[in-house]
Design a protein around this ligand. Sequence first.
Ligand SMILES: Nc1ncnc2c1ncn2[C@@H]1O[C@H](COP(=O)(O)OP(=O)(O)OP(=O)(O)O)[C@@H](O)[C@H]1O
Ligand SMILES: [Mg+2]
Length: 347
Amino acid sequence: MKKQQVMTILRPVQDPFIHKRFVETDAIKSVEIDEDNGKLTINIALSKLNQPENDQLNKELTNKLMQAGASEVTIHFTKLPEEQLKKYPQYQVMMSPLLNGEADTTFLAIASGKGGVGKSTVTANLAVNLARQGKRVGIIDADIYGFSIPHMMGVTKKPTLQGNRIIPVEVHGVKVMSMDFFVEGNDPVIWRGPRLGKMLNSFFIEVEWGDLDYLLLDLPPGTGDMALNVHTTLPSSKEIIVTTPHETAAHVASRAGKMALNTQHDIVGVIENMSYFESQLTHEREYIFGQGGGKWLAKELNAPLLAEIPLGQPQNAQSGGSIYAEDEVIGMIYRQMAEAVIHETRR
Ligand SMILES: Nc1ncnc2c1ncn2[C@@H]1O[C@H](COP(=O)(O)OP(=O)(O)OP(=O)(O)O)[C@@H](O)[C@H]1O
Ligand SMILES: [Mg+2]
C-alpha cells in the first residue's frame, strides 16, 4: 500500500464523539508502512480515549485497510490537545455538566412520525407528572420552528441571566428552555441549517440546569435534521414515541422509532394519544381515529405501550394551558404514565 491510499481512506472518517472528519481535526498523526511485508502502523488523535466506540472504530478501520491491501494493521489512539478541542461546539456540549458523565440525568426524547399527534402535550404533561412524583425535571423544546411548550405550560416569564449563564424558567415544578424565549412576540423563526444546531448546543452549554433526574426533549415531527441532531448530540438518550390510533400515524411513527434504534437509542415505550372519545353522559367510547395503532407500534418496536390517552381538554384549560390537573381522568392517566416511565427507566 501507498501512504496516499491510506490517507484517502482515513481522511473522511469521523471522530466518533465530535463528529468531525479526521481531515478537519488533523487527526492522522503518522502513517508508517513496512515496504517489505505491507504492515501498517498508524497514529490517530481522537477527542476521547478508552471508549467502546474506539474499539469499534479500530475494527472498522482495520477491516477497511486490510481490504485495501494491508497485511497487518496496528492503530494507536492518542488524544487531541484540549486547546484544540475546546474550539469545537460539539466538544463543549460533550463536556457540559449535563453530558460529561458526572450528572446522572436520564434524557427522554419525545418523537413521532406525523405532526400534531400530541408530542408537545405529552412532553409537558409527562414532565409535570414526573415532577409531581418528586423528580427533578427539565424540558428542552427542541422544536425550534414550531416551539409550543412555554405557551402550553402557561409560561409568561423569560429566563434570566446569572453572569453569562442562562437560568431556565420554572413552571409547574419543571425547568423549561425554548426558542420561544429568544424571539420577539410570535414572529416566525427565520434561521436555517447550522444555526439551529447551534441553538440546541447552547441549550446544553449555556443553560444552568442544576441537578436533574430527567431532561425531556420535545422533538419536531418526523425524522428530519433536528431529530437526527438530537440523536447524535445525546448518545445515551432514551426515546418515547407518540402516535394516534390511526394506522397511518402508527406506520409513519415506526420510522421515527427505527431511527432511534438505528442510532442505538433505547425506546422506553409507545404512547397512544387521542385513543377514543368518552361521552360524559353515557360513558360510551367512540374510536374516532380508529383503533390499534399504539398496540401495533409497540409490537413493531418491541416496546411497552405506556398509555392510551382519550380525547379531552384540561378542565381548567383557560388558566393552565394544556396541563391536566391531578384529579381529572386524563391527569390520572398521565400520573400512571409517569410511574411507568420511572419504572422503565429504573429511577
Ligand atoms: N388527548 C387530547 N385530546 C384533545 N386534544 C389534544 C389531545 N392531545 C393533544 N391535543 C391537541 O392537539 C393539538 C396538537 O397537539 P400537540 O401540539 O401536542 O402535537 P404535536 O405532536 O406536538 O404537534 P407538532 O407536530 O405540530 O409539534 C393541540 O391543539 C393539542 O391541544
Ligand atoms: Mg409539538
